[in-house]
Write a protein that binds this ligand. Structure first.
Ligand SMILES: Cc1cc2nc3c(=O)[nH]c(=O)nc-3n(C[C@H](O)[C@H](O)[C@H](O)COP(=O)(O)O)c2cc1C
Length: 430
């Protein structure tokens, strides 16, 4: 078994959720457990009829409460039982974050969050975790979720469609984060098949949304947040946002695009609508969409009047985004690898980040990209490859069209494609 060996110079403690839900403070461990495990998938199919039936059953059970949510004209807030009101929480616990790293499947993992924090991210979201897998599979929890004391403030995001299951999943992390977020924005086919994300924004599911938020609100130690997309009608978006607030949501992140407005040719995010949502609520709101560079942040805050701005793509391209710096990409890639040494993660995440960060360089030195995706399994091997790239760039050495066999340090047994595969398929769908 090959395992990346941490250099051991960093004293960081990693929290991994164990079988019984306890959290262990561990020294950085090798990521071999992740690399050797069966990679779980978010492709959970759930019977749509069953989810609709659950929603209508809940609609009956909750009739009095959730109608209150719909008819609400004035903003009403429910501070978490025994906790500060949402704005006090935002200021005192979250430390008033304005610069927020978005949740990204496989890519807002611990070392990337730590790199973004180093460069100014003030609040970070984990990748989305599937609540059913998280609640039921210890291996999934161990492979996908890790954090450490410096990784705060932190929001852990889940998708799901069952209040009980969602709560069970959230209970595993409530001691290791500042809030739990419900993903109501994922527009991908896997979310449609699994009945989660933005596919729960249709009105027939609102009682279910109400019940899920309420369940977390009443039973978790930490506040519940939601992340939504705009609905085709602004009026419906306002009703939805107020309903979530009424259910107990303590912070709302709004991606200013609709479910259908996705992919490579999507239109710009609608900051005006985000502002209208913000003004209709009495909880903190984070604006998301149209942040391509540091210079877009202030205009977004001004236009939307939100408490903070969330960025995904731009941070993948430049993890130093929030600092206003634009460091050399190879230097950033090496810094990211240093973070991976201190805070081990899965090879699929490392490869995905390097493919993104070094996209231009790999377009020229294609042989190295290919080697990374097919022949490197360990962190030291990936680092050697990035150093080779740096050496070539520093010394104007041209690409090698075919890597000679003797240059291949490790021959993979076929598991190495995840990062590349993620990018090939899903790059433009969010
Ligand atoms: C690689 C990638 C993975 C994403 N994964 C998630 C996710 O797990 N949960 C979520 O709510 N949104 C996810 N998104 C959407 C982003 O959080 C964000 O809403 C969207 O990209 C718009 O922000 P941007 O314009 O700054 O990229 C993802 C986006 C990207 C690019």
């Amino acid at each position: 078994m090959e395992a990346p060996v941490p250099s051991g110079t960093t004293e960081a403690k990693i929290v991994v959720v164990t079988e019984d839900g306890d959290t262990n403070q561990k020294q950085p461990q090798s990521s071999s457990s992740a690399a050797d495990g069966v990679s779980p998938s978010l492709h959970v199919r759930e019977d749509r009829e069953e989810v609709v039936a659950r929603a209508s059953r809940l609609a009956e059970e909750l009739a009095t409460q959730w109608q209150g949510g719909f008819t609400l004209s004035a903003p009403r807030v429910r501070p978490q039982p025994g906790a500060a009101d949402p704005f006090t929480f935002y200021t005192a616990v979250l430390r008033r974050p304005r610069l927020v790293l978005a949740p990204m499947v496989d890519m807002s993992e611990l070392p990337f969050r730590m790199l973004c924090r180093k460069y100014g991210a003030e609040l970070c979201y984990t990748p989305m975790y599937h609540s059913r897998l998280f609640a039921e599979e210890a291996k999934y929890r161990q492979m996908e979720f890790s954090t450490c004391p410096e990784d705060r403030p932190l929001v852990v995001q889940f998708c799901g469609n069952d209040p009980e299951v969602l709560l069970k999943a959230a209970k595993f992390v409530e001691n290791d984060c500042d809030a739990v977020d419900l993903n109501l924005g994922c527009p991908q086919g896997i979310a449609k098949r699994g009945n989660y994300g933005s596919f729960l924004l249709d009105k027939c599911y609102w009682p279910l949304l109400y019940a899920m938020v309420r369940k977390l609100y009443e039973n978790l130690k930490v506040p519940v947040f939601c992340k939504i997309r705009l609905l085709p009608s602004l009026d419906d978006t306002l009703q939805l946002a107020r309903m979530l607030q009424d259910a107990g949501c303590q912070l709302l992140a709004v991606h200013g695009r609709t479910r259908d407005n996705k992919g490579l040719y999507c239109t710009p995010a609608d900051w005006d609508s985000i502002r209208i949502v913000k003004e209709a609520l009495a909880i903190p709101v984070i604006a998301n969409g149209n942040i391509a560079q540091f210079e877009d942040i202030e205009p977004c805050l001004e236009a939307t009047r939100c408490e903070g701005v969330m960025a995904a793509w731009a941070a993948l391209n430049n993890p130093a985004l929030f600092s206003g710096q634009v460091p050399d990409k190879v230097a950033l890639a090496i810094e990211y690898l240093d973070m991976c040494e201190a805070y081990p993660t899965q090879p699929k995440s490392i490869r995905a980040h390097l493919c993104k960060l070094l996209k231009k360089q790999f377009q020229i030195h294609e042989d190295l990209r290919e080697r990374m995706l097919t022949h490197t399994k360990t962190l030291p091997a990936i680092r050697t490859l990035v150093e080779t790239l740096k050496h070539r760039l520093d010394n104007d050495i041209p690409p090698v069209l075919r890597p000679p066999k003797e240059q291949i340090e490790e021959v993979d047994d076929g598991e190495a494609m995840e990062g590349g595969a993620l990018f090939a398929q899903d790059d433009d769908e969010f």
